[in-house]
Design a protein around this ligand. Structure first.
Ligand SMILES: *[C@@H]1O[C@H](CO)[C@@H](O)[C@H](O)[C@H]1NC(C)=O
Ligand SMILES: *[C@@H]1O[C@H](CO)[C@@H](O)[C@H](O)[C@H]1NC(C)=O
Length: 729
């Protein structure tokens, strides 16, 4: 007593230390598991009483009482539950059956704590012998028997199976341990009937032994159908067969219905007797004569083999390749099998055709024209009322190739690769296209795809060679068709660019018309471009239908001087460039002359000034010595007498150069002389005496402030004072 108490104390101490307070408040027990045992063992025979003992593995204090909640589980399904305060529970399976076989567990729950035992398998062996019962052991044909099969004492899910002469005839699942069903036993012999059953236990099943065998005798009805076929031997196609279907009925006066059928085809249905005749067809005929009397169906079958008189014809076409509307020959032929029967009989051949011009030129030989489109022909051979058809022969007429076309693809450029296309609008593929040069074959291309053209690449060195090409098309056996000759414009690439300048270089003067010519060899249209050397952009671009172009500068100036060249391009796309030409624009001739004249005038002006200066110095020196009057010239007296007293000694004379306006016309320039210049002498004192000098063609106008100006003319060209132009520097 001392030791268990000590253990208990120890356990409670352990429990209170191991488990936190609250989860098992005041629980003075330790629940560690569930245990299941099967008694007397886990392999038992049927009818044994089996006990499943479920026990809690628990330590508990004396005064403590707990509630145990037991669940017995079989094959994962709850079987039984029980609540008790005892730590052990017994579940009894009295007189076990095979259906009790299974895997058992026991589950114990205490205060929400669950423990489950290990799985333990119970195997029960031994099924009871099935018991078969039959209500009759002697029946007539068509009569039903009621059979039942029982599995004594068995439980669970049971299938029953019935056998007739060891052949399984029925299998059904029963809802109890017995199954009852009805059987109709066929034929007229003896039948041995027995049954078995099967109990299904997851995951398999167990079969019982066989039941006792019961013999059932089926008595034949004294009626039967009779089938008679004549003749039976040496039957050929077309022979007439007589078939009789009747009832052999010795004992009954009942008029029974009979049926005659050939395969699935019902030929006749009559009372008592059917008399039927038909034409034999190869290779064999099967007949059935049947009668129906209540639940009884009786049959008699018979067959006859039929020989062929001739074989099904074969249809052939020749030639194998035909074109639309061509003549063709179809031959239908069949082989005779029974010469003795057909000796004096010809086979008659026919052909399906829509051709009205069909002619037959021999036995089974048909001449006709090929159809436009695919056509299915069949022929038939007929003899002795038997007609046999050939298989379908599909004639696919070809479409003859149409005359081909030839064309250059893109541009035909001399010396470069030229692509030639050749094609026909119609024709069955494949089509062979041949490139010809002057009727000589060069190369052949086979086109197999629709809408495809034959492409040939050539190169020519002479323009006219392009017209030597043609192409030919051919498909099948038909004649070859040739296209027309290739007609295409050949583009000659540009060459030999040259330029011409008018007027000639060195003769170009400002203001003149300048014309630049550019010429090339090659095929127009041509695009010409004029460039001035150093410029990126062309001065001028011209499209021309000729092989030359011009570029005009109406009034050339010195700014047009420079180097020029032209470029040209045509459809051959080769750009040619001329040599450079140098344009040098000379100054106009009148301008030159003007410059020379001006220079000369300046020089003579300077010389004159020097001369006048020197002369005036000398006059002053003379005047200082003698009287003015004594030296006056007689011509000047009339003019100067009022002023004589006012003549000053001032020797300073101012000269103004008066230049006549020049005509623009340069042609007149050379005619003028630098000496046309008119000088006006202006005296800077109002009453100064004038000095008169004769300077030849140089003209002087002496201007003073008197109201009557006086003029001295020394040159016949100047008519009056008013003609004088405004002074020009
Ligand atoms: C020819 O017969 C074949 C099959 O036998 C069929 O597919 C086809 O359409 C027929 N052609 C014509 C043109 O009737
Ligand atoms: C060149 O000729 C074609 C056809 O003859 C014409 O259409 C075109 O205008 C011409 N071009 C020039 C620049 O004359």
């Amino acid at each position: 007593m001392g030791l268990p108490l000590l253990l208990l104390l120890l356990t409670s101490t352990l429990l209170s230390t191991c488990f936190p307070p609250g989860s098992m408040v005041n629980a003075l027990y330790s629940f560690r598991g569930a245990d299941l045992s099967i008694e007397p063992g886990d392999h038992v025979n049927r009818d044994t009483d089996v006990t499943l003992r479920c026990k809690a593995i628990i330590t508990i204090s004396d005064n403590e009482e707990v509630t145990y909640f037991y669940t017995v589980i079989k094959d994962s399904i709850d079987l039984y539950t029980k609540t008790t305060t005892i730590d052990e529970f017994e579940y009894t399976l009295p007189k076990v059956r095979v259906s009790n076989t299974g895997k058992y567990e026991c589950k114990i729950s205490i205060n929400g704590t669950e423990e489950t035992s290990k799985l333990t398998k119970l195997t029960v062996t031994g099924l009871s012998r099935p018991e078969l019962r039959i209500d009759k052991t002697e029946v007539t044909e068509g009569e039903e028997v009621t059979v039942s099969c029982r599995a004594p004492g068995e439980t669970g899910s049971i299938y029953f199976t019935f056998y007739d002469n060891s052949n399984e005839i029925i299998e059904k699942r029963a809802t109890s341990n017995e199954l009852q069903t009805k059987l109709r036993l066929s034929g007229s012999s003896n039948h041995s009937i027995y049954c078995t059953y099967t109990v299904s236990i997851s995951p398999t099943s167990v079969n019982s032994e066989k039941s006792e065998m019961v013999k059932v005798t089926v008595k034949e009805l004294p009626i039967k159908p009779v089938l008679t076929i004549s003749p039976r031997d040496n039957v050929f196609e077309g022979d007439t067969l007589s078939i009789l279907c009747t009832v052999d009925n010795q004992h009954s006066t009942e008029r029974l219905q009979v049926e005659l059928s050939q395969g699935a085809r019902l030929l006749a249905r009559e009372y008592a007797t059917i008399q039927h005749s038909l034409k034999a067809t190869a290779p064999a005929l099967m007949f059935e004569c049947g009668l129906n009397a209540g639940s009884v169906n009786k049959f008699m079958t018979g067959s006859v083999s039929v020989n062929e008189l001739f074989l099904a014809p074969t249809l052939t076409v020749s030639p194998r390749e035909v074109f639309q509307h061509d003549n063709m020959m179809l031959t239908c032929s069949s082989e005779k099998q029974a010469y003795q029967r057909l000796r004096n009989t010809e086979l008659i051949y026919t052909l399906n055709s829509s051709d009205n011009a069909l002619t037959m030129t021999g036995t089974g030989v048909f001449n006709l024209t090929a159809p436009m489109y695919d056509f299915n022909y069949t022929c038939a051979a007929t003899a002795k009322g038997i007609t046999k058809h050939s298989e379908i022969l599909t004639v696919r007429p070809k479409v003859a190739v149409s005359r081909p076309f030839i064309k250059v693809h893109g541009n035909a450029v001399l010396g470069q690769l030229i692509q030639i296309h050749c094609w026909s609008d119609h024709g069955t593929l494949p089509i062979n296209y041949t490139l010809l040069i002057d009727e000589r074959k060069l190369v052949t291309i086979t086109i197999r795809l629709p809408n495809q053209k034959a492409v040939f690449n050539i190169s020519i060195n002479k323009t006219e060679d392009i017209n030597k090409y043609s192409c030919a098309a051919k498909n099948g056996m038909k004649e070859t068709l040739t296209s027309s000759r290739l007609n295409a414009a050949v583009i000659v690439p540009l060459s030999h660019p040259s330029t011409l300048v008018v007027p000639e270089s060195g003769e170009i003067y400002e203001g003149h018309l300048l014309t630049l010519f550019c010429k090339v060899n090659g095929t127009a249209p041509i695009t010409f471009m004029w460039y001035r050397t150093g410029d990126r952009q062309p001065l001028n671009t011209t499209n021309s239908n000729q092989t030359f172009t011009t570029y005009e500068v109406p009034k050339v100036t010195s700014q047009h001087s420079g180097k020029y060249y032209c470029e040209a391009v045509n459809q051959a796309r080769n750009i040619v460039r001329s040599e450079e030409v140098t344009i040098e624009v000379h100054m106009a001739k009148w301008k030159k002359a003007l410059i020379v004249g001006t220079v000369l005038l300046l020089v003579s002006g300077v010389v004159l000034a020097i001369v006048v200066y020197i002369k005036s110095r000398r006059v002053m020196a003379v005047r200082a010595e003698e009287s003015v009057w004594s030296h006056r010239s007689p011509e000047a007296d009339a003019v100067v007498d009022e002023e004589s007293s006012m003549v000053t000694n001032n020797p300073d004379v101012e000269y103004t150069e008066v230049v006549h306006p020049q005509p623009v016309d340069p042609a007149r320039v050379p005619l003028r002389k630098g000496t046309d210049t008119v000088y006006s002498e202006l005296q800077n004192s109002p009453h100064g005496a004038a000095d008169h000098h004769d300077y030849g063609s140089v003209e002087y106008a002496e201007l003073n402030n008197s109201d009557q100006p006086e003029m001295y003319q020394f040159h016949p060209e100047v008519d009056s004072y008013q003609d004088l132009p405004e002074p020009v520097d």
